[in-house]
Design a protein around this ligand. Structure first.
Ligand code: OXD
Ligand code: MN
Length: 656
C-alpha cells in the first residue's frame, strides 16, 4: 500500500497514523510478492504456541515475521528453564562465558563499536516536528531530541528492517513494566533476534506467560528489535557480538505506540522496556493520562523514630542513582530501602497522593565505581544470576572494574574488557569499559523495600534533582514552591558521563535528567509538570536540589558522599516534617547552621561554608547560561511561569 505512513482511509483533517509495522510488512509482502500467510515462511523450529496467542499479539508477531523473515520463532514463557536455554545458546555462540567464582553469573563482551546508548541515532516519529521538539532559535542546533517524519521512518524500515532476521530466530518477549496486573503497569511485546536481549529482558522486566494472560486481547506497546546481522554474515563478528553500529537507529512512534530499533544489541538501545518504553513512549502516555514517567530512583528512608518516607530522585545517567537508592547510612538508626534505581512512574491516587512504582524488575547498573566502599549492597546483589557486560575478568573466575582494586586477591591476573590478558594499570587504559554494566534481579537486593511491588505504588514525599557540579552549586537546597522546583528541574546541568556517546567532562544541560529520554516537546513537558499543582488538593512532594560533587581548588571532592548523604536525606525529612530547619537564600532554602547532622564527621575538616557558598559571579553566569539555553532550545514553547521563575532567581542573585 501507501508509502506515506498515513492511512488513506482517514476522515477529514485529522489523518491517523496506522501501525508502521503493519504497513511496512504489507509493503514488503507486495514488493517481494511473498505469500502473506505466515505458514509459508519456512520456520525451522517453532517454540511456543502461535495459535494460542490472542489476535492482537498474533497479528503483531505475524507482521513482524513477514517483515523480518526469521527462520524460527520462539514465544518466550519466561520460565527458568527457558532462561537456561538462552544462556546455553549464547555460551555456545561465544557471546557469554561463565564466571565460576559466583553463582550463575556470566560475562558478555560486545563489539567495541556497540557500548552505549546512541543518542544521535535515536528519534521520535511524529507528523508534526513541534510535537517532538521545540523549534531551536537563533540558528542553534536542537539538543532536546531528534525528530523523524513517518515517511522517513517508512523508508528506513524498508531499507534496514526488511529481511533483517534472515537465518535467525525471532524471539517474542511479552513483558510488563510494573508488577503484573498493577493499575500503574503497562504491557509491551518485544520481538528481537538477540538472545542477550531476551535474557536481559527476563531480568529487567516481568516477562512471559503471566503477562500474556494479564494482557488478554488488550493493547500493548509494539517493540521490534534487530541486531541487523542477517545470516549468512556479510562480515565477521567482533567478539561474536552481532550488531551494525554504522547503521544503528532507534525509533519511537508515540501515536501508534511502536518502537523499532535496529543495529545495536546493547543496553537502552535494545532492552526496549527501559528507556524506549518506560521513559520515551511512557512520557507521552503519561502526558495524555495525567501522570509522570521520570528518570528517577525511588527509595524509602526510615528515621530513628521509625518514621518512614519515600523519596524520588532524578540524576543524569551514571551520577550515582544506584548508589543513593541502595545507600548504607552512616548515621546510626537510619534505614534506607530500595524501590528502584532508574525509573519512576508516578500517579495521583484517589486521595490525591502522588504514588510511584518502579516499572523495572532489575538493575542495569554502571559497574565502574561500584565497590564495597561505595555500594556494598549492590556488590552483594550482583553475586548471583547476573549478566555482566564489558567488565574485566580475573583469573580466578571473577569480575573486575575500576574501583575494585582493593577487593581482588593479589595473585590474580586481569583480562580487560577488550580481551587483553595480563592487563595492568600501567597500560593507561581502563580494564572495564566506563559504561560496563551489571544486569541483576531487583528482588535479590538485600535491602529491597517490602513495598517495591505494591500495585498501588509508594507515596512520594520529596523529589530531588541533582547532577555532577564541581563548582558553585550547594550541597542541598529546597525549592520555594512547586513552580520554582519545576524551574530547578528544567535548569539541571551536569558533567557528561560515559552512559552515552558524549566525550569529555563538559557541563551539559540535562533538564530533569530526561534530555536523552523526552518523548515529546520539552516545553509541553514543563507545562505538564506545572499542571500537577492543579491535579490535587493535597500538598505536592517538596522539591530539592542536591550536589554531592562540589570540588575544592585542588580538584578534591569536599563532601564525603555515599553513606554520608543520609545527612542530607535527614535534612530533607526534617523539611518534609514541617521542621523549621531552613533559611531562605538567593537560590532556595538552605539548611540553618547546625540543622545538618554532622556528628561523626568531626575529624574530616568538612568546610560547610564552602559547601554552601553561593558565588555571585558563578550564579550570574549560571542564570545567563540557563536563559540562553531556554531561549535557544525551548523558545516560544517555554511556559511563562518558568521564564518568570528564572527572572526572580536573577533578581535574588543580584542582591548576593
Ligand atoms: C541507564 C542510562 O542505562 O541512564 O540507566 O543510561
Ligand atoms: Mn538511567
Amino acid at each position: 500500500m501507501v508509502s506515506s505512513g498515513l492511512t488513506s482511509a482517514n476522515t477529514v483533517g485529522c489523518a491517523q497514523l496506522t501501525s508502521v509495522i503493519t504497513e511496512a510488512s504489507q509493503m514488503f509482502a507486495e514488493s517481494t510478492k511473498k505469500d502473506l500467510s505466515l505458514e509459508k515462511i519456512s520456520l525451522k523450529a517453532f517454540q511456543g504456541m502461535l495459535v494460542g496467542l490472542k489476535p492482537k499479539v498474533r497479528k503483531f508477531v505475524e507482521e513482524s515475521a513477514r517483515l523480518c523473515q526469521p527462520s524460527a520463532i520462539h514465544i518466550c514463557d519466561g520460565s527458568d528453564r527457558e532462561m537456561r536455554h538462552h544462556l546455553n545458546i549464547m555460551q555456545q555462540a561465544g557471546m557469554i562465558e561463565p564466571l565460576p567464582k559466583y553463582n550463575n553469573c556470566w560475562l558478555a563482551r560486545t563489539d567495541p563499536g556497540d557500548v552505549a546508548r546512541v543518542e544521535s541515532k535515536t528519534f521520535m516519529v511524529t507528523k508534526d516536528r513541534r510535537e517532538t521538539i521545540p523549534l531551536p532559535k537563533d540558528g542553534a542546533k536542537g539538543l532536546l531530541g531528534n525528530w523523524m517524519s513517518p515517511d522517513d521512518l517508512t523508508k528506513a524500515i524498508q531499507i534496514k528492517i526488511s529481511s533483517c532476521m534472515t537465518g535467525r530466530t525471532m524471539y517474542v518477549v511479552p513483558y510488563s513494566m510494573g508488577p503484573v496486573g498493577s493499575p500503574l503497569s503497562k504491557i509491551g511485546v518485544e520481538v528481537t533476534d538477540s538472545p542477550y536481549v531476551v535474557a536481559s529482558m527476563r531480568t529487567m522486566t516481568r516477562m512471559g506467560e503471566s503477562v500474556l494472560d494479564a494482557l488478554g486481547d488488550g493493547d500493548f506497546v509494539k517493540c521490534l528489535h534487530s541486531v541487523g546481522c542477517p545470516l549468512p554474515l556479510k562480515k565477521n563478528l567482533v567478539n561474536n557480538w552481532p550488531c551494525d553500529p554504522e547503521r544503528t537507529i532507534v525509533t519511537h512512534v508515540p501515536e501508534t505506540k511502536e518502537i523499532i530499533s535496529f543495529g545495536s544489541g546493547y543496553g537502552g538501545n535494545s532492552l526496549l522496556g527501559k528507556k524506549c518504553f518506560a521513559l520515551r513512549i511512557g512520557s507521552t502516555i503519561a502526558k495524555k493520562e495525567g501522570w509522570l514517567a521520570e528518570h528517577m530512583l525511588i527509595l524509602g528512608i526510615t528515621n530513628p523514630k521509625g518514621v518512614k518516607k519515600y523519596i524520588a530522585a532524578a540524576f543524569p545517567s551514571a551520577c550515582g542513582k544506584t548508589n543513593l537508592a541502595m545507600m548504607t547510612p552512616s548515621l546510626p538508626g537510619y534505614k534506607v530501602e530500595c524501590v528502584g534505581d532508574d525509573i519512576a512512574w508516578m500517579k495521583f491516587d484517589e486521595d490525591g497522593i502522588l504514588r510511584a512504582i518502579n516499572p523495572e524488575n532489575g538493575f542495569f547498573g554502571v559497574a565502574p565505581g561500584t565497590s564495597t566502599h561505595t555500594n556494598p549492597v549492590a556488590m552483594k546483589t550482583v553475586l548471583s544470576n547476573t549478566i555482566f557486560t564489558n567488565v574485566a575478568k580475573t583469573s580466578d573466575g571473577g569480575v573486575f572494574w575500576e574501583g575494585l582494586e582493593k577487593e581482588i586477591p593479589n595473585n590474580v591476573t586481569i583480562t580487560s574488557w577488550l580481551g587483553e590478558t595480563d592487563w595492568s594499570k600501567e597500560s593507561g587504559k581502563p580494564a572495564a569499559h566506563p559504561n560496563s554494566r551489571f544486569c541483576t534481579p531487583a528482588g535479590q537486593c538485600p535491602i529491597i523495600d517490602p513495598a517495591w511491588e505494591d500495585p498501588k505504588g509508594v507515596p512520594i514525599s520529596a523529589i530531588l534533582f541533582g547532577g555532577r557540579r564541581p563548582e558553585g552549586v550547594p550541597l542541598i537546597y529546597e525549592a520555594f514552591n512547586w513552580r520554582h522546583g519545576v524551574m530547578v528541574g528544567a535548569a539541571m546541568r551536569s558533567e557528561a558521563t560515559a552512559a552515552a556517546e558524549h566525550k569529555g567532562k563538559v557541563i551539559m544541560h540535562d533538564p530533569f535528567a530526561m534530555r536523552p529520554f523526552f518523548g515529546y516537546n520539552f516545553g509541553h513537558y514543563l507545562q505538564h509538570w506545572l499542571s500537577m499543582e492543579h491535579r490535587t488538593d493535597k500538598p505536592l512532594p517538596q522539591i530539592f536540589h542536591v550536589n554531592w560533587f562540589r570540588k575544592d581548588e585542588k580538584g578534591r571532592f569536599i563532601w564525603p558522599g555515599f553513606g554520608d548523604n543520609v545527612r542530607v536525606l535527614d535534612w530533607i525529612l526534617q523539611r518534609v516534617d514541617g521542621n523549621d530547619a531552613g533559611e531562605e537564600s538567593a537560590v532556595g532554602i538552605l539548611p540553618r547552621p547546625s540543622s545538618l547532622k554532622m556528628d561523626g564527621l568531626e575529624n574530616q575538616n568538612i568546610d560547610l561554608d564552602e559547601l554552601f557558598r553561593l558565588p555571585k559571579d558563578f550564579w550570574q553566569q549560571e542564570v545567563r547560561d540557563i536563559e540562553k539555553y531556554f531561549t535557544e532550545q525551548v523558545g516560544d514553547d517555554l511556559p511563562n511561569e518558568i521564564a518568570e521563575e528564572l527572572k526572580k532567581l536573577d533578581k535574588r542573585i543580584e542582591k548576593l
